[in-house]
Design a protein around this ligand. Structure first.
Ligand code: NCC
Length: 477
């Protein structure tokens, strides 16, 4: 009996052992699988999985990989580790908010930080910068490829254009450098011995312009006899004598900010309209008008092939005037022998082909006389280069007319870095000048404005008096 009982207990303990191992073998693995599945499920639910990692998620080793990936992301994006668990959702939200394709996800934070630095914005602006720039680009009529420059150009909007006198510190770095380079180069050998930073009244400045700038055109008598065969093609009379007295005149700058102004009718209502270089009116009549009485051109227009000066119908209407800079102290003959652009030949050709169209050449001394007045009334040393066609044209019309309305030389609130109304080309230099001392020209013209500030902001319009009837006690020196 005892033997039977011993065998029975041995059998039972063996059976217990076998069933234990069987239990472990059959159910133990399932329990383990169940626990890893729960981990993966949890990972899905927390939105913690990047696309390609979902298929490998059942491998327990991958969970340590997730942390490294996240840490890498956090490092890449310069985020604190506390943000680790949210970084992907965060980036997805940022991408959505900024309207960026998801391919930009991995770079968005760094991208935004770089943009903020590049644009000199506080980091608090980080979260809005992309949308902000897109809106600015739209507002300023810029293509999205220009996004990276938009904020830079806002530097000017912030100072409120020409609300105060501008100086070189208001320019963007590139234009400041160009001003210094031109000052170093001094291409025209300018030796200015006059005053700087004078606080003359508008009336005094007008008198300086009247008495110290002789806006006059070339006559054959200005050149020696040995060039008489060429000089026969010049008009006999000076432009002032030939044109006579005009009442209300308009000067239309080529600035893109005139787009959308609907000033066309107002411009055409003037007795004479002056335009510049290759500025056209066709298709832009609503904003710029269609009348062209005079066209002032720099000598590049006459000499450079791209303008087809001899054939282009654009130049066949109205009175033409061309200017070309001489060295500061050169006399007319020295300049005739060595103009900046060799325009005397094409000028003669054009005159012979179009003998009935008045076509004048401005004497280069007028440019430097005007430059000296801009310099004297500027707060610092200006570019030693001639004034732009814009101010030359304004002064010419102040000599010909009783009243001159100038459009978009002083920019309206529509101002942008787009250069021309008729061509898609972007450069802040068109408004502020790189080669020309344009900010100082605009400072001076602003001082002479007899219209309202509201007219500048809305229409880019300034009103100037004619010089003919101006009374000056003693000519200002
Ligand atoms: O650009 P431009 O002038 O033809 O413009 C005529 C005048 O309008 C005023 N302007 C223009 C654009 C703008 N956004 N703001 C403005 O205030 C200026 O007063 C300008 O003078 C020139 O003065 O002759 C100039 O000419 C051009 C260029 O030679 C011609 O357009 C022909 O292509 C010069 N640009 C270059 O040489 C690249 C420009 O510097 C001055």
């Amino acid at each position: 009996m005892v033997r039977i009982l011993r065998k029975l207990s041995l059998f039972c303990s063996m059976a217990l052992c076998i069933s234990y191992f069987l239990y472990i073998g059959l159910f133990g693995h399932q329990k383990y699988v169940a626990s890893t599945t729960r981990t993966v499920k949890h990972q899905y639910q927390s939105g913690f999985i990047w696309g390609n990692e979902i298929s490998n998620a059942s491998s327990p080793e991958r969970s340590t990989d997730h942390v490294t990936e996240e840490q890498k992301e956090a490092q890449k994006n310069n985020l604190p580790t506390s943000k680790l668990s949210n970084i992907v959702t965060y980036k997805q939200k940022e991408a959505q908010k900024n309207n960026l394709p998801t391919s930009k996800l991995s770079n968005i934070v760094t991208y935004k930080q770089k943009e903020a630095q590049k644009n000199n914005l506080p980091t608090s602006k980080l979260s809005n910068i992309v949308t902000y720039k897109k809106k600015e680009a739209q507002k300023n009529n810029l293509p999205t490829s220009k996004l990276s420059n938009t904020v830079k150009s806002l530097k000017y909007n912030r100072t409120k254009l020409w609300e105060k006198e501008m100086n070189s510190k208001d320019l963007i770095e590139r234009l400041q450098k160009q001003r210094s380079n031109y000052r170093g180069l001094n291409r025209y050998k300018v030796k200015y011995k006059g005053k700087v930073s004078q606080q003359h009244s508008p009336h005094e400045i007008l008198c300086q312009l009247k008495h110290r700038v002789n806006i006059t055109t070339l006559k054959s008598s200005d050149l020696p006899d040995n060039v008489s065969s060429w000089s026969q093609c010049l008009p006999n009379k000076d432009i002032r004598e030939a044109v006579g007295k005009l009442k209300r005149c308009a000067v239309v700058s080529s600035a893109a900010s005139i787009r959308g102004s609907r000033l066309g009718q107002e411009i055409d209502s003037h007795d004479a309209v002056l335009r510049f270089n290759a500025a056209l009116t066709k298709q832009f009549e609503v904003d710029v008008g269609s009348k062209t009485t005079l066209r002032l051109m720099n000598s590049q227009i006459v000499t450079q092939k791209e303008f087809h000066f001899l054939e282009n119908s654009l130049f066949k209407d109205g009175i033409l005037i061309v200017w070309d800079p001489s060295p500061y102290n050169a006399d007319t003959y020295q300049w005739y022998k060595k103009p900046e652009f060799k325009f005397f030949g094409p000028y003669q050709e054009y005159r012979l082909a179009n003998p009935n169209q008045p076509f004048y050449i401005l004497k280069p001394q007028s440019l430097w006389q005007m430059w000296e007045i801009i310099q004297e009334n500027s707060p610092e040393l200006i570019h030693p280069n001639p004034p732009s066609s814009g101010s030359i044209g304004i002064l010419l019309m102040m000599n010909l007319c009783d009243e001159v309305n100038v459009y978009e030389f002083l920019p309206s609130s529509r101002q942008s870095d787009r250069c021309y109304y008729f061509r898609e080309f972007f450069d802040a230099a068109c408004t502020y000048g790189a080669y020309h001392p344009l900010i100082y020209e605009k400072n001076l013209i602003k001082k002479l404005n007899q219209g309202t500030n509201d007219d500048i902001v809305k229409n880019g319009k300034i009103t100037l008096p004619g010089l003919r009837n101006l009374e000056c006690e003693t000519p200002t020196r």
